[in-house]
Design a protein around this ligand. Structure first.
Ligand code: SAM
Length: 376
């Protein structure tokens, strides 16, 4: 794997101190706790640094950064959910993990083109990174407030209470900390890290904490690494507990559990930096993105148990196709400012259709109103 020393040793020392603070008494740090710190520790975690890791000048592209057509197409879907929602009730457009706000801003721009528009709509941004939240608020407000749409920020979905509308989670779940479990002859053990000689080294815990949600797979070969993200499952549960009418949309990459075990017996954890993958996840901590495939089997089970009904589950390209992507692309091609602009547009469209091959879009709706809500 490629590796290089951290660019900012001061930041690395602060991150190491934050990692040390979450260690067990014997110095072992389970992987999920390490990953949480390396991604989100104030000021020094990958997402919490003063600059954005998203887009051309950052470390990776999300679909929202590839081309505005992505947000425009998601906007078509939101418009349809809004159109079929009761007119006399507040409609929340919630984005979980909006990053720098590109998706939410693009969705609002698309909604303004619709006859029903944005009546009764409030945008809610729930973003864990303070620097990214500031960017998102600025970007989304500049798009929304001219049309009189309020833009709020919240710390959590729960703080909204029962609500109606849509919840978008684009590439949020792969960025949730995962637990890495190694199958030993006598059972599972937790993988993690230890601090050693001023750096981080891989480590094995004495056993494994209990795992909530679906049971762990049985009959797994010794030496297999299995990743679970109770935090990703908790995100879906929290939405299920509060969304009383509308939709949850998750767009992310991953596999079914059986595929993960067969195709990735060493796990899927990836380190990405400066638009290159294959970095050692323990090198340049805080400057390297850490993510893992979403286990769609566990996620759907968690959503089902929490009372959500799966409306659709398909490849990203298929969902975008159904929601008007080809029509929007044709319109954009017709108004391209130059032959070069048209080529760029077609390349972006190709990337959105085929470059995000492992991405799936899952849509859920509540099966029954949350207790105590008046949304019946
Ligand atoms: C990969 S980025 C995706 C950004 C954006 N959705 C996009 O498509 O461009 C993941 C984002 O989710 C945020 N995030 C991660 N966990 C979160 C949580 N539990 N609540 C809110 N935001 C979270 C991160 O800070 C980061 O901005």
């Amino acid at each position: 794997m490629a590796s290089e020393p951290p660019a900012d040793p001061g930041a690395f020392a602060r991150l190491l101190a934050a990692v040390e603070a979450v260690a067990e008494p014997d110095g072992f740090i389970p992987w999920d706790r390490y990953m949480d710190t390396a991604l989100y520790a104030d000021g020094v975690g990958f997402y919490a640094r003063p600059y954005s890791p998203l887009g051309a000048d950052g470390d990776f592209y999300t679909a929202a950064h590839v081309h505005p057509l992505f947000a425009a197409t998601i906007g078509e879907w939101v418009a349809e959910v809004h159109r079929t929602s009761p007119r006399d009730r507040p409609f929340h457009l919630v984005e979980l993990g909006p990053g720098d706000g590109r998706l939410a801003a693009g969705v609002v721009a698309a909604l303004r083109q619709h006859p029903e528009g944005t009546a009764g709509m409030t945008v809610v941004l729930i973003e864990r990174s303070a620097p990214l939240l500031a960017r998102a608020v600025e970007r989304v407000r500049s798009e929304a407030e001219a049309s009189g749409i309020p833009v709020l920020t919240r710390d959590s979905v729960a703080s909204l209470g029962p609500f109606e509308g849509v919840v978008l989670a684009n590439e949020l779940l792969d960025a949730q900390p995962v637990r890495r479990l190694l199958r030993r002859r006598n059972g599972w053990v937790e993988l993690g890290v230890r601090i050693h000689a001023g750096g981080l080294v891989p480590a094995e815990g004495p056993g494994a904490r209990p795992v909530p949600g679906s049971p762990l797979p049985a009959g797994v070969a010794e030496g297999t690494v299995f990743e679970v993200s109770p935090r990703a499952e908790a995100v879906v549960r929290e939405v299920a507990d509060h969304l009383v009418r509308g939709r949850l949309l998750v767009d992310d990459y991953g596999m079914e559990e059986s595929e993960l075990l067969a195709a990735h017996p060493d796990g899927t954890l990836a380190g990405v930096r400066a638009h290159r993958s294959g970095w050692d996840p323990l090198e340049a901590a805080g400057e390297t993105d850490l993510s893992a495939f979403v286990n769609f089997s566990r996620l759907r089970a968690a959503a089902h148990a929490a009372g959500l009904r799966l409306v659709s589950d398909r490849r990203q390209a298929e969902a975008l196709g159904e929601w008007g992507f080809p029509r929007l692309l044709d319109a954009a091609v017709r108004t391209a400012s130059s032959p070069e602009a048209e080529v760029r547009l077609r390349l972006a469209a190709k990337s959105l259709s085929f470059g995000f091959e492992r991405f799936r879009i899952l849509e859920w709706e509540p099966t029954s109103p949350a207790p105590g809500s008046d949304a019946t």
